[in-house]
Structure formats: structure tokens, C-alpha cells
Design a protein around this ligand. Structure first.
Ligand SMILES: [Zn+2]
Length: 261
């Protein structure tokens, strides 16, 4: 896990698996952690790492309900969890899904956890809306499309956008069984003005980006998603820098989901 201070109040840690990011944001004496790393030793190291940097984490936020973003309570068992309404609804509609998928992942890679994942009392936050942090406020924006739920967090004073599983420098847009291409496109359009104002964009997977790079990825992702919505999704061209084997497989997976729908 690598940690990068992208602003005096914002630290991003990038996990070893899938470059999953988590972002600590501080206002005064209070700090929240958005999303989580995956490996047990990364989760164990996080409290000391953030404490040393002066971040006293009291709350967790998650960008969406995919299991790989929900593990913050292993690092901060006392912290409350907040998420957008769509994510709270998905967690309620699919009870135990995240726990099951985490268990399958752990079994496949022989990973031991200190205990099962608990997600008690998840607090649903209105989106679009605001979330108080100390004397400051985080802005919450709808970001569905990758899944049926999703929230992007805008940190106004730092000009940092934490967007969830969008704008990944290493991976093309990833659909899921609950995806909607229309929603995906709408989310990219909604993120566009935020990207333009941002100093740093933190994708769910991959290194933090500056606004020029993020805007270029956004344009490529929009073109790809629009091509997927066209007559021949299988022929949708992949962005130039994301045509490796992994992304071709991901493209086949996306196309298979569209066929199923
Ligand atoms: Zn993810």
C-alpha cells in the first residue's frame, strides 16, 4: 500500500490489489475515510499511518456497495458508516452479498480476516447533498451506472474529487449486472464540471490524477460507453492506452452483460 498526501487535508492510500484507493479527508479535528484497501495487513496498518499524519478517523464513507470498497470497519471498528441513499438501498436489498463475495475472494487467495465483515447501522445520506465534517462540508453527487448505486464526493476546499469506480487510468469503464449505460453516461457528464475544477481526481482504482489527465480519460470513457450503446457494442473501440489483455477481457464481459439485458 502506498500513501500520497494530495492536499494538507487529504491523504490517498492505494492498495496492492486492483489499486483500490481509500481517501482520508480532514477538517479541523475530525476525519473521514472514504472506501478501503482490501488486504488485512493494509487495513491493519491504516490507523497508525493516518494517526501519524494527524487524521483522527471517526467516520467511514463508501462510494458504492461493491465489497472491495466496504472494508473500512476492519481498520476502524468504532467508526460510523455513511453512504448515499442508493448504496444504503442496495445494501438492504442484497443482505449478505458483500460478506459472501468477500468470503469467496478470501477463500480463493487463502486470506485470513480477524472476523466476518460487519456493516451495522449504515447511515443513508441524501444525494445530491452535503455531509458535515467538522466545521466543513463534503458535497455528495450521484454517481450510478457502474452499478445501480454510487456517490462521488467533492471536497471543496481541497478541490479533490473522489469519484468511485469511474475514470480509472488502468481500466476501461466496467459494467455490472445492475449497470445502466444511460446512467453511466449521465454520471460522466455530471462529473465533467467537477473534474474541470479539480486539482486532484481520485478514481476507485488507480493513481490520483490531475484534471488534464482525468478530463482526457473522461472523454475516452464517454466515447466508449456511447459506442457500447450503439448497434454493435462488441466493435466499440477501446481507448488507445487501455487495450491490453485485461481490458479486452473486461470489454468482452461488458458486451456479454449487454447481450443478457
Ligand atoms: Zn471497485
Amino acid at each position: 500500500m502506498r500513501a500520497i498526501a494530495v492536499h494538507e487535508d487529504v491523504v490517498v492510500a492505494i492498495g496492492a490489489i486492483w489499486k483500490t484507493t481509500c481517501t482520508a479527508v480532514r477538517a479541523g479535528d475530525e476525519a473521514f475515510l472514504i472506501d478501503s484497501p482490501i488486504l488485512p495487513d493494509e487495513l491493519e496498518a491504516l490507523p497508525a499511518l493516518l494517526e501519524q499524519a494527524g487524521f483522527a478517523v471517526s467516520g467511514l464513507l463508501v462510494t458504492h456497495a461493491d465489497w472491495d470498497h466496504l472494508l473500512g470497519r476492519y481498520a476502524f471498528p468504532e467508526a460510523s458508516i455513511g453512504c448515499g441513499e442508493t448504496t444504503a438501498a442496495r445494501l438492504t436489498a442484497e443482505p449478505g452479498a458483500a460478506q459472501r463475495e468477500l468470503r469467496e475472494f478470501d477463500e480463493q487467495y487463502l486470506i485470513d480476516r480477524p472476523g466476518p465483515l460487519s456493516l451495522p447501522g449504515v447511515q443513508a445520506l441524501p444525494v445530491p447533498g452535503y455531509c458535515a465534517l467538522g466545521a466543513a462540508e463534503l458535497e455528495l453527487h450521484p454517481a450510478d451506472g457502474h452499478t445501480s448505486d454510487g456517490t462521488a464526493v467533492w471536497i471543496p476546499w481541497a478541490r479533490v474529487l473522489v469519484c468511485g469506480d469511474y475514470l480509472s487510468p488502468g481500466a476501461i469503464p466496467e459494467l455490472s449486472p445492475s449497470s445502466s449505460l444511460d446512467a453511466y453516461r449521465a454520471t460522466l457528464k455530471r462529473l465533467e464540471p467537477l473534474v474541470e475544477q479539480a486539482h486532484v481526481i481520485v478514481p476507485g482504482h488507480g493513481e490520483p490524477l490531475d484534471e488534464v489527465r482525468a478530463a482526457a480519460i473522461l472523454r475516452e470513457d464517454l466515447a466508449y460507453v456511447e459506442a457500447l450503446a450503439g448497434d454493435d457494442p462488441a466493435a466499440a473501440p477501446l481507448p488507445l492506452a487501455r487495450r491490453d489483455g485485461g481490458n479486452r477481457k473486461l470489454h468482452e464481459y461488458n458486451v456479454s452483460l449487454l447481450g443478457a439485458g
